[in-house]
Structures are given as structure tokens and as C-alpha cells.
Design a protein around this ligand. Structure first.
Ligand code: NAG
Ligand code: NAG
Ligand code: NAG
Ligand code: NAG
Ligand code: NAG
Ligand code: NAG
Ligand code: NAG
Ligand code: NAG
Ligand code: NAG
Length: 441
């Protein structure tokens, strides 16, 4: 019996993990409403077009855009040109040879726009610009989860009937992953004056919504989880080939030491999208280690370590999301920031953790200092708490918004003298229920 059930449960798990890897839709169970909204507010008409303020709101709880920053692209429907921009710039001017005298900033039909860098002269700035395209996540810091620029468009319509919204919007972060919907004509935005006594409004407002899919961003995972505990000496490593295999053709390059290796980092000293990985059996840029450290009478303590195996990336403002049923009784957290996430009312099992500014919000490239750590103290809830059946280990971990590969549940460290009691695990009960349901049918 036991053998049959464990086979079934393995099959079930395989199916489960397979479905979660092959979904291409952008739905994220831990952040069901997460999106990036881009708002175009036309503030004034000009003789041949308009001036608009474009604002990018990152409404995602835990996915941010880090250096080298966002890139926004679109296709003009008519013969529009960009006369000028404030707080951002088009990456290419394109062919403006038809113009005499005043030369536009950009004549391309499909412009790509990037943020300006910090330190831009004041007369080229507007509020929320010039952060090198870096946007915080909403939970981490809503005040910096916004980026804007001003754009002056010519050869477009000059009334709300003749003007056309840009099409085929693309948002890169700067890699792929986001899919943007069409521009929608919405109620014009209202703005409150500095003294709060007057409201003005945009002449016309378009909203566009972009959603993220980890599958579109990368075909392979980017992080994995390893586990250990005080009650068993076994360290359960990340599953082999979690993010790629050393010998596979696509993700096969790794080095043991970049200094003595002939493979020199392409852009040493600058974040590069192509990872240069330290050789590991899991080949992930990031590993999260969860160690069940101490058992007290009323509390228990966990140590979490995040290790960077990528020589080409310093992670700034990194964040981590952890799902564990004891987060409703988290008592103390050392050296990380913490915010509970409640995607579903009444269930407080998910937490977002991130580094403390100027202390450990910077996760250095691979090497001796490429890690950050913290300890979590939980209060035991006697009706739920147990060290058995892997209860003390996290259910799910995300790093920078990407789901990390967990070891298979049957490999978790056991309590001494305990055999995994499959017959009573919730999964088995589920499988039995399904099984008897099928028989009844
Ligand atoms: C985008 O996110 C905001 C904030 O969570 C939400 O109010 C809005 O409905 C979302 N938009 C879409 C199209 O999902
Ligand atoms: C365009 O402007 C006219 C008058 O100014 C207004 O009645 C109409 O609702 C506007 N249309 C849109 C789509 O904003
Ligand atoms: C937008 O993209 C779609 C599909 O890629 C294409 O068919 C369409 O022509 C594009 N629209 C414009 C205005 O370029
Ligand atoms: C358009 O986007 C803005 C900013 O995100 C939001 O406040 C507004 O509610 C959105 N409008 C609609 C109709 O979704
Ligand atoms: C990778 O290739 C090397 C040499 O070709 C071999 O020794 C090693 O066992 C292979 N490793 C894996 C994980 O296949
Ligand atoms: C990471 O930051 C350190 C210290 O600021 C710097 O020396 C190093 O070149 C950076 N590496 C990358 C890949 O950006
Ligand atoms: C659980 O979440 C709700 C809603 O955010 C909050 O009011 C409540 O205090 C939380 N409970 C705990 C124990 O964190
Ligand atoms: C743990 O949290 C739950 C839900 O917030 C609460 O009902 C319970 O009393 C807490 N347990 C302890 C031991 O604090
Ligand atoms: C520790 O856990 C492993 C499973 O990961 C198990 O094989 C081993 O027997 C356990 N050790 C002890 C002393 O129980």
C-alpha cells in the first residue's frame, strides 16, 4: 500500500511542478493584482501635437526594476516625432533628414526611451525622474515605486479626436518578462496644486497595464533553496541542475575563479544581464539556505542565508518572499526589514523580507562577501507547531520576484528515529481522496 501511495504522490508532485513550470500566463498567486501601469497624461496641445507626462507606477508588491533600469518602447500610429524630452531620452535619434532648422529629438517610428542618470542637471529633470531607470517595488517603498518623464510630440493630432495613442508598448526591465496591453482612454487624471487649494486635470489620459511572467523572462529558474536543521546533520542541497546543468549547451558556462580564469567578465565592474556563474551543482545565480537553528520552549529560531553565485551582478535593493504557516506569529527578525503580505484576507503566512539600507540591501557579486543573512524568531502555536514532516521548512520562496526551486519534499531532513509517515501527510490524504473519488466514478 505504502509503496503504491508514495508512487502516486511522486506522480502527483511531478504533475504539480510540471504545471507550475509550463504556465505562461502572468498570474502570480502571492501578488494577484501585481502590475505595472503606464499613464500618459496630455497636459497641453501645441501647434503640431501635444506635451504629455508619462508616469510608470510599479504596483507589484515585491518585483522591482534594478540597474541598468527600464526601457520603454512603442510604435507610433501616424508620422509622429518626439520634439523633446525632459527626465528621459530616446536611445536613438533615427532619420530626421526631412527636417530643416529645428531637428527633433527622435524621428523613429518605434522609439525606445530610457531614464536619465542620477546627477542630471536640474533643468533637465522632472519629479520622479533620473534614477537610472531603477523602480522600487510597492511593498518596499511606494514613494520610489514611480518613474516619470515629459515628452513633447509633433506631427500627431492636436485634439482629443485626432490624436492616437502609441501602440505595441514594450517594457523591458531591462530583460524580457513584461507583456503590455493596449492603451485605454480613461478618466483624465486630476492634479492637486502645491497649496492644495486648486485641482487641475489632464486634457486626455491613457492607461496601459503590463504584467510579468517569469516564464517569458527566462526559460530557466534563477534561484534555489537548500535546507538544514539542528536535529539532523544532513544538509539538503539545492536539487542538481535546478537552474541548468554544467554540461548543457545553453547554461553550461561557469568558472571556479574569474580572476585566474580565461573567461573574463565581459563588462567587469558593471551589472551585466549575462550571468557569469560560479560552478555549482545547481547552477543558480542565487541560493537561499534555510537552517532550523534552535528549539526553545515557546519559540524556535531560523537562520536564512542568501548567497550570490553570479560574478556579473550586484543585487541592489534585493527582496525575498517567504511562505510559511508560522509567519502569523513572527516575533523578531534580525537585520532584515519585514512586511507581511496578505494577498488573501485572513491568511498571514507570507512575508516579504529585504535588506536594511546601507547595511545589507546590497548583495555583492559572487565571492567571499557575496551573501547576506538574518535570523527569524517564531512563537510556537501549540496546535500547529511540529518539527515533523518538514513543517519547519518554507513552503515557497521567491527572490526578486522569481520562484526558487525547492528540494523534493521526501528529501527534507528527518527527525531522528522518525520515518516519514506518508499515510498521514495531507498530500497522501488528498491523493487517497482523489483515488477513491475516481473509483467511485
Ligand atoms: C494594477 O494594480 C493596481 C494596484 O494593485 C490595481 O488597482 C489595478 O486594478 C491593476 N490593474 C489591472 C489592469 O489589473
Ligand atoms: C474630447 O473633447 C470634447 C470636448 O472638449 C469632449 O466632449 C469629449 O468627451 C472628449 N473626448 C474624449 C475621448 O476625451
Ligand atoms: C503591433 O504588433 C502586431 C503583432 O506583432 C502587429 O501585427 C501590428 O501591426 C503592430 N502594430 C503596429 C502599429 O505596428
Ligand atoms: C489609470 O492609472 C492610474 C495610475 O495608476 C490610476 O490611478 C487610475 O485609476 C487608472 N485608471 C483606470 C481607469 O484604470
Ligand atoms: C561534465 O563533463 C565532464 C567532462 O566532460 C564530466 O567529467 C562530468 O561528469 C560531467 N558532469 C555532468 C554533471 O554531467
Ligand atoms: C559590485 O560592487 C563592487 C563594490 O562596489 C564593485 O567593486 C564591483 O565591480 C561590482 N560588480 C559588478 C558586476 O557590478
Ligand atoms: C494578519 O493580517 C491582517 C490584515 O493585514 C492584520 O490585520 C492582522 O493583524 C494580521 N495578523 C498577524 C498576526 O499578523
Ligand atoms: C499565533 O497567531 C494566531 C493568529 O494570529 C493567534 O490566533 C494565536 O494566538 C497566536 N499564537 C500564539 C502562541 O501567539
Ligand atoms: C536525516 O534526514 C535524512 C533525510 O534527508 C535521513 O535520510 C536521515 O536518516 C536523517 N538522519 C537521522 C539521524 O535521522
Amino acid at each position: 500500500m505504502d509503496i503504491r501511495f508514495s508512487r502516486l504522490s511522486v506522480l502527483f508532485l511531478v504533475l504539480l511542478s510540471w504545471t507550475s513550470f509550463t504556465t505562461t500566463d502572468a498570474y502570480d498567486a502571492l501578488d494577484p493584482n501585481g502590475n505595472i501601469t503606464i499613464k500618459w497624461d496630455i497636459m497641453s496641445w501645441t501647434p503640431d501635437g501635444y506635451v504629455a507626462v508619462v508616469t510608470i507606477f510599479n504596483f507589484q508588491q515585491y518585483r522591482h526594476i534594478q540597474a541598468p533600469g527600464w526601457q520603454l518602447g512603442w510604435t507610433w500610429l501616424k508620422k509622429e516625432v518626439i520634439w523633446s524630452m525632459v527626465g528621459a531620452q530616446a536611445t536613438e535619434q533615427g532619420d530626421c533628414s526631412k527636417f530643416k532648422g529645428n531637428i527633433p529629438h527622435c524621428c523613429k517610428k518605434t522609439p525606445t526611451v530610457v531614464d536619465l542618470l542620477p546627477g542630471t542637471p536640474y533643468n533637465q529633470q522632472i519629479s520622479n525622474c533620473c534614477k537610472g531607470g531603477v523602480i522600487s517595488s510597492w511593498a518596499q517603498d511606494p514613494s520610489t515605486a514611480v518613474s516619470s518623464f515629459q515628452i513633447s510630440v509633433g506631427q500627431s493630432g492636436t485634439t482629443n479626436k485626432t490624436v492616437r495613442a502609441p501602440r505595441n508598448i514594450t517594457l523591458k526591465s531591462p530583460g524580457p518578462g513584461y507583456t503590455c496591453g493596449p492603451a485605454k482612454n480613461v478618466m483624465p487624471s486630476k492634479f492637486i496644486s502645491g497649496d492644495k487649494r486648486r485641482k487641475t486635470q489632464a486634457l486626455l489620459t491613457w492607461n496601459m497595464t503590463c504584467t510579468y511572467s517569469q516564464f517569458l523572462a527566462r526559460k530557466t529558474p534563477t534561484c534555489c533553496v537548500s535546507l538544514s536543521s539542528f536535529y539532523n546533520q544532513t544538509i539538503v542541497p539545492c536539487p542538481t541542475c535546478s537552474c541548468g546543468c554544467q554540461n548543457s549547451s545553453q547554461s553550461g558556462t561557469c568558472v571556479d575563479n574569474p580572476k585566474i580564469s580565461s573567461v573574463v567578465p565581459a563588462t567587469s565592474g558593471k551589472n551585466n544581464l549575462e550571468p557569469l556563474l560560479q560552478c555549482t551543482q545547481h547552477m543558480c545565480p542565487i541560493r537561499v539556505h534555510w537552517h532550523v537553528k534552535t528549539n526553545y520552549k515557546e519559540y524556535w529560531r531560523v537562520k536564512v542565508t542568501i548567497t550570490n553565485f553570479n560574478y556579473n551582478m550586484n543585487y541592489t535593493q534585493w527582496n525575498m518572499v517567504v511562505q510559511h504557516p508560522n509567519f502569523d506569529n513572527l516575533t523578531q527578525l534580525f537585520s532584515f526589514n519585514y512586511k507581511p503580505l496578505n494577498p488573501y484576507a485572513g491568511i498571514n503566512d507570507t512575508a516579504m523580507l529585504w535588506g536594511i539600507k546601507f547595511y545589507n540591501d546590497f548583495l555583492s557579486q559572487a565571492g567571499p562577501i557575496g551573501n547576506v543573512q538574518s535570523e527569524l524568531l517564531f512563537r510556537k502555536n501549540p496546535s500547529k507547531f511540529t518539527f515533523e514532516k518538514g513543517w519547519a521548512f518554507p513552503r515557497r520562496i521567491y527572490f526578486n520576484g522569481d520562484n526558487c526551486v525547492m528540494p523534493p519534499p521526501d528529501s527534507y531532513p528527518w527527525l531522528p528515529n522518525a520515518t516519514p509517515n506518508l499515510a498521514t501527510s495531507p498530500l497522501i490524504i488528498l491523493v487517497i481522496t482523489l483515488f477513491s473519488f475516481l473509483i467511485l466514478m
